[in-house]
Design a protein. Structure first.
Length: 404
């Protein structure tokens, strides 16, 4: 039944985007194989594989096909932008906790998101700090949402019914509310704020009642949870919340507090999480979307600095949110120029850059926690990358005009 429903959605997608038939057959087959791991759903009018890809019936998906599968442009397909560093929570593993500087104003952020879209971005994540604390968040979303899929990562802090309606009207595609455990005391302790759990649950209910958006949870999974079998127990709790998606990511060695090899998951544990995802996605109900599966060697690999870019709240340009390093500030150099220079150091690889290379960043940091441009370049002289992922073996081979 799942395969039949997927086929129906894909047939209608081809009708809406007929130029997909011009994509190299090997790449189309690859995408079909990847999509088979999920149940395509109609989430609030969006034909959604999961929240890390544009909906199949969104103009953003057509732009993704045109720019990245047909024209094969060099720009990024995915980006995240920090709207503020302000946040009421104090997570030990927060990837922004070591970032400092003067925050971008709204006009600068609007310029950045416009330039990202012009460079080829079809999926935009808004983060922080707590992005809901930006008074102009709806204006920022509305500036690109017509042909760019916009996803919000939020703790739920400061959300009101009126704000949720405003975000929906602005064109927000997806929202992920941070929730790391089914026990309030553990979640609150992880987040450094009493009441964080209750705030998250309230935000989920507000977004669900507002409608018009895919509503999910963004969860940071610890190695302890994987080893003790608590991931499945957590997913059962999330299933009971009636959300559209559980977006899972293991805790990353992105800040000094997590620069410990014992905290980094093993390849066997990575496969374990991918297996949990696949089992849950054969069931009715919410989609389970494990980032490590998307970025695994069989599929799209790690695209930090290659097809993914992060512009933090102070304008520093990084390969992704988990890499505490900068390749330039948008106030000093054009974003397109910074990205091109950064990409020259980042071939796509079949494993997570920060999981593999955090010891280099730790050693270069000398307690700073965030590397400036010069230190970042020094790290790249020693950084190691794995072979290409399954997708990029096909993509780059066919880009050179070789047979698929």
């Amino acid at each position: 039944m799942t395969a039949l429903k997927n086929f129906s959605f894909l047939a209608r997608t081809l009708w809406r985007h007929p130029r997909m038939i011009r994509v190299h057959p090997a790449l189309n087959i690859f995408f079909l194989r990847y999509i088979a791991n999920f149940r395509i759903k109609n989430s609030a009018g969006h034909w959604t594989i999961h929240s890390h890809l544009p909906p199949l019936n969104h103009k953003a998906y057509g732009r993704f096909v045109d720019n990245h599968l047909l024209k094969r442009i060099d720009g990024p397909s995915h980006a995240q932008v920090g709207l503020t560093n302000a946040c009421p929570q104090a997570c030990a593993y927060c990837y922004n906790r070591e970032r400092r500087g003067r925050a971008m104003d709204t006009e600068t952020i609007l310029r950045v998101v416009r330039e990202l879209k012009e460079m080829g971005v079809s999926w935009l994540g808004l983060t922080g700090g707590e992005p809901l604390l930006s008074p102009d968040i709806a204006r920022i979303i509305a500036s690109v949402a017509a042909d760019c899929a916009v996803k919000l990562f939020t703790t739920g802090s400061s959300l009101t019914v009126e704000k949720a309606r405003e975000l929906k009207q602005a064109g927000l595609f997806s929202v992920s509310v941070s929730l790391d455990h089914w026990r309030a005391d553990i979640h609150d302790r992880n987040r450094g704020l009493p009441g964080a759990f209750a705030t998250a649950l309230q935000a989920i209910e507000i977004f669900k009642k507002t409608g018009g958006m895919q509503v999910g949870v963004s969860a940071v999974i610890s190695r302890e949870m994987i080893r003790s079998g608590q991931v499945e127990e957590f997913l059962e709790f999330l299933q009971g919340l009636g959300i559209d998606e559980a977006w899972l990511c293991e805790a990353k060695p992105a800040v000094a507090a997590t620069w410990d090899q014992d905290l980094v998951i093993s390849e066997a544990e990575h496969r374990q999480l991918a297996g949990i995802q696949d089992r849950y996605n054969r069931r009715a109900g919410m989609t389970v979307n494990y980032l490590g599966h998307f970025e695994g060697r069989d599929f799209f690999g790690c695209n930090a600095g290659h097809k993914m870019v992060y512009v933090d709240a102070c304008g520093e340009v990084s390969p992704c949110v988990f890499t505490p390093m900068t390749f330039g500030n948008i106030r000093q150099r054009p974003l397109k120029e910074i990205f091109a220079a950064m990409k020259s150091h980042f071939p796509s690889a079949d494993n997570c850059f920060i999981n593999k290379n955090f010891p280099l960043i730790r050693d270069a940091s000398r307690g700073r926690g965030f590397l400036d441009h010069a230190a970042s370049l020094q790290v790249m002289d020693k950084a190691e990358f794995g072979p290409l992922s399954g997708f990029f073996r096909l993509y780059l081979r066919n880009k050179k005009g070789e047979k698929g």
